[in-house]
Design a protein around this ligand. Structure first.
Ligand code: HEM
Length: 425
């Protein structure tokens, strides 16, 4: 019954990579009672995410995340999902994003102004606080400076209880009154809810002063003329807080790590410090360490891949980690080389060979936001700071909901002696 579940849980990304090496483009295995098919080739991935997307729903693991996220954009299904996505989309329109750019740079400068030259720094935590503050300000016009520690700690508690969340029947398990882990989970969720319901309540009391996502959500009316309930607002807000900061923060943490390990790239990054090269560096970090390391779908109708038909109920797994390390698509895949993302190279690349943001109707709504945020933060901080890993600090991937570093990222921060004028960025 358990299939290869223990091996998968011990080292999920290593396990998936091994399956790809052993079986190639289409790899089959069992995890617990589930038949899983790992698709590693771009065309097969496109078929699931785009061409035949109506044959699939999110996998159970993500549905279980509803104990935290409720029916937010990430976890809901049709037809509710499309309605919500249409409502939320305008917050990510190009014109809107332009207005967010200055906030991103400003928050990066504010966060880094607390750092001291030569001191040790938990860069992973700094990136989490920074991206959380940016999502809060851009989408909710909320200042979470005082709440950021609280929210960050609660989210970390919840992610540490990830195993609990991923149990079958987790929605009942977390209600067990005496189970200590369940109690900690409920406590952390309560702390998050408190911050979010406060933001919603403040806005209901003083509406119309902002033109942000929360206003769009509050103004939205269904066909029956009804607006969203506090509970619905809470689910969308918490989803965006979580999906919109944890991923980008992890991507940035990995980027700083890669830069600190590759002095040649770091020198060029510092010499050229502009958002165009920063974006290439960020793109290459997203290739090697994609925060969404696995994307799962459950077939609700039969689905045929290369002449073989799989029954409804089959889980299809897509792993950016695996596809981004295919040597036929990415020569010398382990090498960190931002030149892979020169604009000419990007045009020549096969579609769906690079999928850090998934694709299709369930692709990342925040993709453009994330590109802008990554590049802005790297440029703003890179102008003034560089980082050296603290000796002996272990760095490895820890695939939870997103791909974290196993033990954070402990660095020495070094002020660069001649800060470069910001006019180039
Ligand atoms: C580097 C940063 C990011 C990465 C790597 C990333 C990755 C992804 C991926 C792979 C998905 C699709 C999941 C699936 O198909 O099952 C997704 C969905 C989503 N992302 Fe992101 N994301 C990032 C940043 C953001 C940001 C900044 C926001 C919001 C501010 C955001 C909000 C969402 C939401 C709401 C969804 C669900 C969309 C839907 O199903 O309609 N993400 N993201």
């Amino acid at each position: 019954m358990i299939g290869e579940l223990p091996a998968f849980r011990r080292d999920p990304t290593g396990f998936l990579m091994r399956k790809y090496r052993e079986q190639g483009d289409v790899a089959r295995f069992r995890l617990g009672p589930q038949n899983v098919v790992l698709l590693a080739a771009p065309d097969d991935i496109r078929d699931v995410l785009v061409t035949h997307n109506t044959r699939f729903v999110k996998n159970r693991m993500l549905h279980r995340a509803r104990v935290l996220l409720g029916e937010g954009l990430l976890t809901s299904e049709e037809p509710y999902h499309t309605r919500q996505r249409k409502l939320i989309q305008p917050a990510f329109y190009r014109e809107r994003l332009a207005g967010y750019a200055a906030i991103m740079t400003e928050e990066a400068e504010r966060r880094s102004s607390h750092w001291q030259d030569g001191a040790q720094l938990d860069l992973d935590r700094e990136m989490m606080r920074l991206t959380l503050a940016i999502v809060a300000r851009t989408l909710f016009s909320a200042n979470v400076e005082e709440d950021a520690g609280e929210v960050g700690a609660a989210l970390t508690d919840i992610l540490d209880l990830f195993d609990l969340l991923m149990l079958p029947l987790s929605q009942w398990v977390v209600r067990l009154p005496l189970l200590p882990a369940a109690r900690r989970f409920r406590e952390a969720r309560r702390r998050l809810d408190k911050v979010i319901y406060r933001i919603i309540e403040d806005r209901r009391r003083a509406p119309g002063e902002h033109t942000d996502l929360l206003d769009l959500l509050l103004a939205a009316r269904g066909e029956d003329g009804e607006g969203m309930s506090d509970r619905e607002l809470r689910d969308e807000a918490l989803t965006l807080f979580l999906a919109g900061h944890e991923t980008t923060a992890n991507a940035l943490t990995w980027t700083w790590y890669l830069l600190s390990e590759h002095p040649d790239v770091e020198r060029r990054f510092q010499a050229e410090i502009d958002t165009a090269y920063a974006e290439q560096v960020f793109a290459e970090a997203l290739r090697l360490y994609p925060p969404a390391w696995g994307i799962g779908r459950r077939a609700i109708e039969p689905h045929t891949v290369r002449g073989v038909t799989y029954q409804a109920g089959t889980i299809f797994a897509i792993s950016p980690w695996v596809t981004h390390r295919r040597p036929d698509l990415w020569p010398e895949p382990e090498r960190f080389d931002p030149d892979r993302f020169r604009p000419e190279a990007a045009e020549a690349r096969q579609k769906f060979a690079y999928i850090p943001f998934g694709g299709g109707p369930r692709g990342c709504i925040g993709e453009r936001f994330a590109w802008m945020e990554g590049a802005r933060i790297l440029a703003a901080i890179g102008r003034q700071w560089s980082f050296r890993l603290v000796e002996g600090h272990p760095v490895g991937p820890r695939p939870l909901l997103t791909l974290r570093t196993s033990a954070g990222l402990r660095v020495y921060s070094q002020r660069r002696d001649r800060p470069i004028s910001p006019s180039k960025g």
